[in-house]
Design a protein around this ligand. Structure first.
Ligand code: FNR
Length: 453
C-alpha cells in the first residue's frame, strides 16, 4: 500500500478433518439482526456509554494507529511493497474503476453471506491471507490470528514464514479452519516434511505461493537494512522441523568458510535475537553455532527458483490435501493450473510486494476467470480494504476474498481484539453493502450488480 447476516446453517460436504462441515456462525450474526446491524448497534450503543471501538474503523486511521504501535522496521516490512510501490497503488485504483449499482425493493431483510469453499460451507466469503512474521505486529502473532479466525468462522492460511510453529497454533485454536501456505523449499525433503506436518496438524488445504521464489526488491526494508528472517524472525516453521534442523546441524558442524565478521553492537543484538528464537535455552544458544547456522540454512533453502509446472505432479503425489496455487495473474498460467490438476487458484500479486509495475490483481481477475471457465474456484486477494471492495471482487467472479494487511494492522494496534474488530467491521460492511445493493445471497452478487455489468 502507499499507504445476519444469518450466517448460513446449511450443511456442506464432510470436512477432510472430520470436524463439523459447517463453520460456526459469525459471532455478531443472528438470524434476525444481520452482522452489519449487529456490529453497528454494538459500536453505537457502546458509544452511548463512552466506550469507543478498540481500533479505528476508518482504514487510514487504522494504519496510523498500527504505525504508532510498531517499530519502524516492523511497519516498513508490513506496509512496504516492491520498487516505487506502483503495483500496490494500482491494486487500489483498480477497485475505484468498478461502481456498485444498488437495487431497491427486493426484501433483503434476511441475508446469507455463506459460500461453499474447499469442501466446506463457510459463514462468509472471507479468509485470512497468509502473513509471515506476525510477531512484528504483536507477540501473540499467529496464535492470536487463529483464535480470531476460529471465533469468527473465517478460514486462516498459516504462513511458512510464521512466527509460531503450525502445531502450536492449531493446538491453541482447534476450532479454526486452517490452511497451510507453502513456500516450496529447494530441499525436497524439507518441503515434504512441511506438507506432512500440515496434514498432521489438521490443515485442510495447501496454498502454494508461486510468486516468491525470490524476495521482491523492497526499498523500505532495504533502506533500513532490515530483513526479519536474517534476525531469526519468521522462521519458526523451519526451526521446529526435524529435516531443517538436521541441515542446520550439518552446517554448524562444517568448518566455517571465510573470515569471522567483526563484532558490533547491532551484530550482538541480532545474535541475542536469533538465539532467543531458536528452540532450547538461551544461555546454551548464545554459545552455540546453531542459531546463526539456522538463519544461514534458511536463506539457502527458502525457495526453489528451478520449479516448473511439471513439479506439481510430485506435490500431488505426496499429499491428498487440496492444492491451491497462489499468485496467478496470467490467463495462460490459469489454464496451466487447470491442466496441472490444481484444486483452486488465487489471483494475487502479493499485495504489490513482489513486482513493481505489475498488473493490478483485480484487473487480472476477469481474464483468469475466463480461462478457468468454471473448472475450479478462483480466489482473490490484494488491495481489499473494505466490505465494498469484497463485494466488487465477488461481483467480478471471485469465489472468496483474502484479507491481508488490514487485520495485521488491527493486530498491531489492538492485539487479538484489534484483529477481530477489523474483521468484524469488514464482514459488517460487506453485509450492509449486500443489503443496500439488493443482494440476499453471495450468488446474487454478479456482474449485473456493477455499472456496465
Ligand atoms: C504477506 N503475504 C504473504 N503471502 C504468502 O503467500 N506467504 C507469506 O508468508 C506472506 N507474508 C506476508 C507478509 C506481509 C507483512 C504482507 C503484507 C503480505 C501476501 C499476502 O498473503 C497477500 O497476498 C497480500 O497481503 C494481499 O495484499 P494486501 O491486501 O494486504 O495489500
Amino acid at each position: 500500500m502507499t499507504e445476519s447476516s444469518n450466517a448460513s446453517t446449511a450443511g456442506g460436504p464432510p470436512s477432510p478433518t472430520g470436524r463439523p462441515a459447517t463453520e460456526p456462525a459469525v459471532e455478531a450474526a443472528t438470524a434476525s439482526n444481520g452482522a452489519g446491524r449487529a456490529r453497528q448497534s454494538a459500536v453505537y450503543l457502546a458509544g452511548v456509554m463512552g466506550r469507543m471501538p478498540s481500533v479505528p474503523v476508518s482504514y487510514p486511521r487504522l494504519v496510523s494507529a498500527a504505525k504508532r504501535a510498531m517499530s519502524k522496521e516492523a511497519f516498513a516490512y508490513v506496509a512496504g511493497s516492491a520498487g516505487l510501490e506502483t503495483t500496490a497503488t494500482a491494486n487500489r485504483r483498480a477497485f475505484a474503476k468498478h461502481r456498485i449499482v444498488p437495487r431497491v425493493l427486493r426484501d433483503v431483510a434476511s441475508r446469507d453471506l455463506g459460500v461453499d469453499l474447499l469442501g466446506r460451507r463457510r459463514a462468509t466469503p472471507f479468509y485470512l491471507a497468509p502473513i509471515g512474521v506476525l510477531d512484528l505486529a504483536h507477540p501473540d502473532a499467529d496464535t492470536a490470528a487463529a483464535k480470531v479466525a476460529a471465533r469468527l468462522g473465517i478460514p486462516i492460511a498459516l504462513s511458512t514464514q510464521a512466527s509460531t510453529p503450525m502445531e502450536e497454533v492449531t493446538r491453541a485454536a482447534p476450532a479454526a479452519s486452517a490452511w497451510f501456505q507453502l513456500y516450496w523449499s529447494s530441499s525436497r525433503e524439507l518441503t515434504e516434511s512441511l506438507v506432512h506436518r500440515a496434514e498432521a496438524a489438521g490443515c485442510e488445504a495447501l496454498l502454494v505461493t508461486l510468486d516468491t521464489h525470490l524476495l521482491g526488491w523492497r526499498p523500505r526494508d532495504l533502506d533500513l537494512g532490515y530483513l526479519p528472517f536474517a534476525h531469526g524472525r519468521g522462521i519458526a516453521q523451519y526451526t521446529s522441523d526435524p529435516v531443517f534442523m538436521h541441515l542446520v546441524e550439518q552446517r554448524a558442524a562444517a568448518p566455517r568458510q571465510g573470515a569471522r565478521p567483526k563484532a558490533t553492537m547491532s551484530g550482538l543484538r541480532a545474535l541475542v535475537e536469533m538465539s532467543s528464537r531458536t528452540p532450547g535455552p538461551l544461555t546454551r544458544n548464545l554459545r552455540s553455532p546453531i542459531p546463526r547456522a539456522a538463519v544461514e540454512t534458511f536463506l539457502d533453502v527458502f525457495a526453489d527458483p528451478t520449479l516448473t509446472w511439471s513439479d506439481l505432479t510430485w506435490l500431488r503425489s505426496i499429499t491428498t490435501l487440496p492444492i491451491v496455487l497462489k499468485g496467478i495473474l496470467h490467463a495462460e498460467d490459469a489454464r496451466a493450473a487447470v491442466e496441472a490438476g490444481a484444486d483452486a487458484l488465487i489471483v494475487s500479486n502479493h499485495g504489490g510486494r513482489q513486482v513493481d509495475g505489475a498488473v493490478a490483481a483485480l484487473d487480472a481477475l476477469p481474464a483468469v476467470l475466463e480461462a478457468v471457465a468454471g473448472r475450479m474456484p478462483v480466489l482473490f486477494d490484494s488491495g481489499v480494504r473494505s466490505g465494498a471492495d469484497a463485494f466488487v471482487a465477488l461481483a467480478l467472479g471471485a469465489a472468496a476474498v483474502g484479507i491481508g494487511r488490514p487485520w495485521v494492522y488491527g493486530l498491531a494496534a489492538g492485539g487479538e481484539t484489534g484483529a477481530r474488530e477489523v474483521l468484524q467491521n469488514l464482514v459488517a460492511e460487506f453485509d450492509i453493502t449486500m443489503a443496500l445493493a439488493g443482494a440476499r445471497t453471495v450468488a446474487d452478487i454478479d456482474r449485473s450488480t456493477l455499472a456496465g455489468g
